[in-house]
Design a protein around this ligand. Structure first.
Ligand code: NAP
Length: 308
């Protein structure tokens, strides 16, 4: 099979940091075009917008949408209408309901729609899922605290409606949580701290539960300086399980169970190639649904304005 000819849309931080090297390292896919208003790559066909690219007749098979979540639906709809396979960066959209028509369009056209959750491809996530399929969890504490000024410098979209604020990173924790627990979880309460000049929260606590009464507490902060925390601590009958470093390392009572080099985006593109080759889609909206529910149920607290 000839390689999938891919166009990357939105050549920003994640496209440069992760997508470009992962595409280059993956068999079965090659970058042939970029659509980005303010950025281009030497030696790769460039268009300002996806609409310009699709109108040009440049031969592509698939697009990877690395733009902010607001507006991603329109781009995905354009691409599917033009018969292209679509890879969505996380979160897959700005709302849950906008995904339904995309899933239907992909089905109708026989194209692949892949809503990626990069943290699910972190190396210790599968070992954690396997452990928890045998040993019941008694309580779960998520601590997801990072410095927005380091990881999202100058990104205004993250503070706009649909930008998710602190849930932009925290949805990664929820994507792991929903992958490793044996039962579905639902939101039971939340407190969301909104800077007075922003439309998205800068910190939050979220309480969740499952049908068996498992309690999950998520403590989220976007103003963490010093050491960063991307940890999920799980009390079990066999001891304290800790999925640390964003899913890279798993320990039980401090003993290392799994610590492999990370290859999240390489595994994303490997999976995308497999999906396209086998004519399948992969769209799980559970993490986005939990964020939407936290916004639905959350008590809103006004806090100091945020300036980059
Ligand atoms: P970013 O640096 O702001 O890049 C996004 C790019 O999209 C921009 O450079 C811009 O390129 C294009 N764009 C199109 N419409 C835009 C608009 N209305 N506002 C701003 N940019 C627009 O953002 P990013 O950090 O790469 O994040 C993009 C997506 O990847 C987000 O959904 C994010 O959650 C996800 N992600 C980010 C990270 C991370 O560490 N940053 C990690 C994993 C996933 P042009 O101006 O050239 O069109």
């Amino acid at each position: 099979m000839s390689p999938i000819r891919l166009a990357l849309v939105g050549l920003g931080k994640i496209a440069r940091d992760q997508h470009l090297p992962a595409i280059a390292a993956t068999d079965g896919i090659e970058l042939v075009a970029v659509a980005s208003r303010n950025a281009s790559l030497d030696g790769v066909a460039h268009f300002a917008t996806l609409a310009d690219l699709l109108a040009s007749g440049e031969p592509i098979d698939a697009v990877a949408l690395c733009t902010p979540p607001q507006g991603r639906h329109d781009l995905a709809a354009q691409a599917l209408k033009a018969g292209k396979h679509v890879l969505l960066e996380k979160p897959p959209g700005a709302t849950v309901s906008e995904l339904g028509p995309l899933v239907a369009a992909a089905q109708a056209s026989g194209r692949t729609l892949f809503a990626t959750w990069h943290s699910r491809f972190a190396p210790a996530v599968e070992p954690a899922r396997a452990f928890l399929s045998e040993v019941p969890a008694r309580a779960v504490t998520i601590t997801w605290k990072e410095d927005v000024r380091v990881w999202h410098p100058g990104q205004r979209w993250i503070w706009e409606p649909g930008g998710l604020g602190v849930f932009d990173p925290a949805i990664n924790a929820l994507s792991i949580l929903t992958a490793i627990l044996p039962r579905a979880v639902f939101v039971t309460g939340a407190e969301l701290s909104f800077p007075s000049n922003c439309s998205a929260p800068i910190a939050a606590t979220v309480d969740l539960a499952d049908a068996a009464g498992l309690a999950v507490r998520a403590d989220l902060d976007f103003l963490q300086t010093g050491p960063q925390s991307w940890d999920i601590a799980i009390e079990t009958d066999r001891g304290a399980l800790l999925l640390a470093q964003g899913g890279a390392k798993l320990t039980l009572d401090g003993q290392v169970l799994s610590a492999q080099p990370e290859a999240e985006y390489r595994n994303i593109y490997k999976h995308f190639v497999e999906l396209v080759e086998t004519g399948r889609s992969d769209v799980d909206l559970a993490p986005l649904q939990l964020v939407a529910d936290a916004f639905l149920l959350g008590r809103r607290i006004d806090v100091a304005p945020f300036h980059d």
